[in-house]
Design a protein around this ligand. Structure first.
Ligand code: SAM
Length: 273
């Protein structure tokens, strides 16, 4: 028997018109829709006049439900995976079943569509050439501190998601490490009150008292010299470890350190033989 296909279907992040014709056709043609919140997805299906069996697939049942869905796919059922908003797997359930499909030789087909981080980024005016998506910052103090350190050093554009009631606290935590960097708060994307609040951290903080809605935070990367200065304050060993952690080999690390410190690479090489 031919196995079924798992379609990962992006749905709107606010405006119900943001769904592709292909996504609608897939939702119409699959036998089953696995949804993060079936009641939420039902509203979308009603709007699209689609009637289809729904099964819940959320963070708290991902492991057990993915096994069940794999059995159905093995038996030839075509399934669409959707989340409450946007692209499944991006800060939403999805990863688990996708991994298991690949392990079980089940075809996975992405159906592109809305994703909050991409839309916030492209309208931000901050460089899109290179960026790093960090999702939600961890709440655990130690992990949060590590992420903050990462943000401090990151030269690429940084994208964060944040819940409205935690936004001000997160911005306050970021305050000292992202001074003099451009920030864009993309609020309520694709909805009636969509807005882009632009400024530096102090200006943004003035604007977020009692602010409501959904947010993506785009932060300009650290300036290259800022990072060089910071790296050059490290001991040579720590400077080495910094690049080692990024996966560079010895030759590349030495070349990079020499470049940062504006010295001849043989000079650095001698220290590491
Ligand atoms: N899978 C989704 C995607 O593709 O963007 C993200 C889901 S994640 C659970 C929810 C977070 O995404 C929100 O807390 C917010 O940071 C961001 N988000 C979702 N919709 C948004 C919107 N319309 N405007 C701004 N941010 C949004």
């Amino acid at each position: 028997m031919e196995k079924g296909i798992l379609y990962i279907v992006a749905t709107p992040i606010g405006n119900l018109e943001d769904i592709t014709l292909r996504a609608i056709n897939v939702l119409k043609n699959v036998e089953l829709i696995a949804a993060e919140d079936t009641r939420h997805t039902l509203k979308l299906l009603n709007h699209l006049e689609i009637t289809k069996p729904l099964i819940s697939y959320h963070r708290h049942n991902e492991d057990f439900k993915s096994d069940l869905l794999i059995r159905k796919l093995e038996n030839g059922t075509n399934i669409a995976l959707v989340s409450d908003a946007g692209t499944p797997g991006i800060c939403d359930p999805g990863e688990e079943i996708i991994k298991k499909c690949i392990e079980n030789n089940i075809k996975v087909i992405p159906i592109p569509g809305a994703c909050a981080m991409i839309n916030a980024l492209i309208a931000s005016g901050i460089t899109t050439k290179e960026f790093t998506f960090l999702g939600f910052l961890p709440l655990n103090k130690k992990l949060r501190k590590e992420k903050m350190e990462e943000i401090k050093k990151e030269t690429k554009t940084i994208i964060l998601y944040e819940a409205p009631h935690k936004l001000e606290a997160t911005l306050n935590d970021l305050k000292d490490i992202i001074q003099n960097r451009k920030i864009v708060l993309a609020r309520e994307l694709t909805k009636i009150h969509e807005e882009f609040i632009r400024g530096d951290i102090d200006e943004i903080l003035k604007n977020v008292k009692d602010i409501k809605g959904e947010f993506v935070l785009i932060i300009e990367g650290a300036k290259r010299e800022e990072k060089e200065n910071e790296l050059n304050c490290l001991s040579l060993e720590d400077h080495y470890k910094y690049y080692e952690k990024q996966g560079l080999d010895k030759k590349e690390i030495i070349k990079q350190i020499a470049k940062d410190r504006k010295v001849n690479k043989n000079e650095i090489y001698k220290k590491f033989v």
